[in-house]
Design a protein around this ligand. Structure first.
Ligand code: GDP
Length: 354
């Protein structure tokens, strides 16, 4: 088996309560992928980071694993935590193909942890739970970047039993919400049991395990959903609506199917009638090597899924984070506009809070 060219990169979102470590985990995944260097360069997208399969298997110390996987890598999105986004996506459709729910092992579940789990349950999105900040367990001896079991086996018996107890609390809380779970290395069937991975985003302990388990989930449960047509009209989700100097209002989107080109007509969900506009520019982050360039973005003429990209176009005021964005042609624009309108109307109940 080898990477299947017809499959797009699975999109992974990191969810969880504020301060439990989402940003640190994403930085760690990014940082370690950068540090791994040569194999396959990681690509910084707008609102997302792509980690190629080579980096992931190298990190796990067994490059031959690459032949076992058919997905090209993983695309981690910086899922906005704000209410408008969550509220729209929790009704409009799955946030991502896969998810990581992060929980501070020392604090346990909080309202946003529970909200995330309910959303994933509704959409049957495969996910793992990471129990973060194990380095804060009293007496923990950090072993930078080691896989979980390797560092766990080096700890004193008291520290290990402390961790086990905290982990059982997490497993108990998951049970209360309707999920059977186990420490990830004891899970035989990831369809029946959620894997819980103890990690430290700060020291990198357990990160390799997270990446491997995500790849395993992608492989087992997503193949049917990842086929895409690189020539079909693009379909995506708005991550953020942002003012940019010199560009006005722009959209940061995740494109999960098809292709999107400069000059394409797009339809975007808004609180009123959907916005119909024409793409003036498609923007990606500049490579780090060109950081001194005048503009922080580079212009590209087209992108294909899965990708994070910024769209500059007229009339984007009023676009909604979490709303759909789709490429339209003269033949399809009316039908697409109607579809997007009814999707947004379905969630109007909650728009007071948007
Ligand atoms: P977010 O709000 O979920 O994005 O959380 P952050 O990533 O910003 O983390 C919140 C705080 O917890 C920051 O001060 C981090 O440095 C700290 N933190 C995150 N992960 C760890 C960890 O694994 N160990 C320790 N000791 N601190 C952590």
């Amino acid at each position: 088996m080898a990477v299947n060219e017809n499959l797009r990169t699975p999109i992974v979102s990191v969810m969880g309560h504020v301060d439990h470590g989402k940003t640190t985990l994403l930085d760690r995944i990014r940082g370690s992928a950068v540090a791994d260097g040569e194999a396959g360069a990681i690509t910084q997208h707008i609102g997302a980071t792509e980690v190629p399969i080579e980096n992931i298997v190298n990190k796990c110390g067994d490059p031959s694993l690459k032949d076992k996987f058919i997905v090209p890598g993983l695309l981690f999105i910086d899922t906005p935590g704000h209410h408008a986004f969550t509220s729209l996506r929790s009704r409009g459709g799955a946030l991502a193909d896969l998810a990581i729910v992060i929980v501070d092992i020392n604090e346990g579940f909080m309202p946003q942890t529970i909200e995330s789990l309910h959303i994933l349950k509704r959409f049957k999105t495969p996910f793992v739970v990471v129990a973060n900040k194990i380095d804060r367990i009293h007496g923990w001896e950090a072993n930078k970047n080691l896989p979980f079991l390797a560092t766990y086996n080096k700890q004193s018996e008291r520290v290990r039993s402390d961790l086990d107890n905290k982990l059982y609390e997490v497993i108990g809380e998951l049970y209360n919400i309707g999920f059977n779970s186990e420490r990830y290395d004891r899970v035989n069937d990831f369809q029946r049991n959620i894997g819980v991975i103890p990690i430290s985003a700060a020291t990198g302990e357990g990160i390799a395990d997270v990446l491997m388990i995500l790849l395993g989930l992608a492989q087992r449960f997503l193949e049917g959903n990842l086929h895409y047509d690189a020539k079909a009209p693009g379909i995506g989700t708005v991550l953020e609506v942002k003012e940019e100097k010199g560009l006005g209002t722009t959209l940061d989107i995740i494109l999960y199917d098809g292709i999107i080109k400069k000059g394409d007509t797009i339809v975007v969900g808004s609180l009123g009638d959907p916005i119909q506009t024409k793409i003036r520019a498609l923007l990606k982050p500049r490579p780090l090597s060109e950081i001194k360039a005048e503009e922080k973005f580079q212009r590209v003429s087209e992108v294909t899924a899965a990708v994070g990209v910024k769209i500059s176009a007229p009339n984007l005021d009023g676009a909604l984070a979490g709303a759909p964005v789709r490429v339209a042609s003269p033949d399809t624009i009316d039908a697409i506009t109607e579809e997007i309108k009814s999707e947004i109307e379905d969630v109007q109940i909650d728009t007071d809070t948007i």
